[in-house]
Design a protein around this ligand. Structure first.
Ligand SMILES: [Zn+2]
Length: 265
């Protein structure tokens, strides 16, 4: 059953503002779309999410012809959305964010191995990283046939850029974008990402099997004491992992500021 246009536009704005509130897109970046029959609903380019209204959402044909005349331009990533709808008839909505954890992996060119997380089935396995493409160009979605069509993925990373999720509904695509940020908080992946290959835990005089010395001190490479524990290795890992997690937003923000100055809202 098709929803009516006002309801779809209202839902898009609500989701966009929620993503902004969550910090996964900034004020002018990211984009969402919904397909309803032969009409594509697309967020506008370079508009403040806090003051966005349903009337600002554009409608297009599947070929990209703009149907709405409201003085605004559709997102510069509209070709990516249209290509994805052509690839997968089952897709009803697309969400593109620059969320911190996803972008950190995208900057590293690494897939997110989600096999250990409960969201594994939700994503149909790991979240692969597409080859880099300049934002706003067709190169951004050159790998989409492989991942979305052949492998049936519901989420991919865009190298040096961000995250794309899809769903039958906007709610489902949104939920996948949200779940990705939780899935990526996998201890193994985070450790490897932050340390550039591995995170070695040492005690003050040398390495031990669990990364804890006889006094319960947790240390990182170079012998820096991170904390002191009375517990075993699992507690130690939780403390180290917690410390590493605190670094993720700062790392991602720094990398984004330095390397992702594109505007693709
Ligand atoms: Zn983007």
């Amino acid at each position: 059953m098709q929803q009516n246009a006002p309801a779809i536009k209202t839902e898009i704005v609500r989701c966009f503002q929620k993503l902004y509130a969550q910090g996964t897109v900034n004020l002018f970046e990211g984009n969402l779309s919904v397909r309803d029959g032969d009409v594509i609903y697309m967020t506008p380019s370079q508009q403040n999410k806090e003051t966005m209204t349903p009337e600002m959402i554009l409608t297009l044909t599947p070929e990209g012809e703009i149907l709405t005349q409201n003085g605004l331009k559709p997102s510069s990533e509209t070709p990516m959305h249209l290509a994805l709808y052509r690839l997968r008839p089952d897709i009803g909505a697309i969400v593109h964010t620059h969320s911190a954890c996803a972008t950190a992996f995208a900057l590293a060119g690494r897939e997110i191995a989600s096999e250990l997380a409960e969201q594994y089935l939700f994503f149909k396995g790991s979240i692969p990283c597409c080859a880099y493409g300049t934002p706003g160009t067709d190169a951004v979605f050159a790998d989409f046939p492989r991942y979305f069509a052949h492998e049936g993925k519901n989420a991919v990373l865009l190298a040096n850029h961000g995250l794309v999720t899809v769903g039958k509904t906007l709610e489902e695509a949104f939920a996948r974008a949200e779940a990705e940020e939780k899935t990526v908080v996998s201890a193994e992946d985070t450790w490897i990402l932050i340390s550039g290959g591995s995170l070695t835990i040492l005690n003050e005089s040398g390495r031990d099997a669990d990364g804890i010395d006889s006094n319960g001190h947790i240390t990182m490479t170079g012998g820096t004491v991170l904390g002191s524990l009375a517990g075993g290795s699992s507690s130690a890992r939780i403390l180290v992992f917690g410390s590493v997690l605190c670094l993720i937003p700062a790392l991602a923000a720094a990398l984004l500021y330095k390397r992702c100055r594109h505007i693709d809202a």
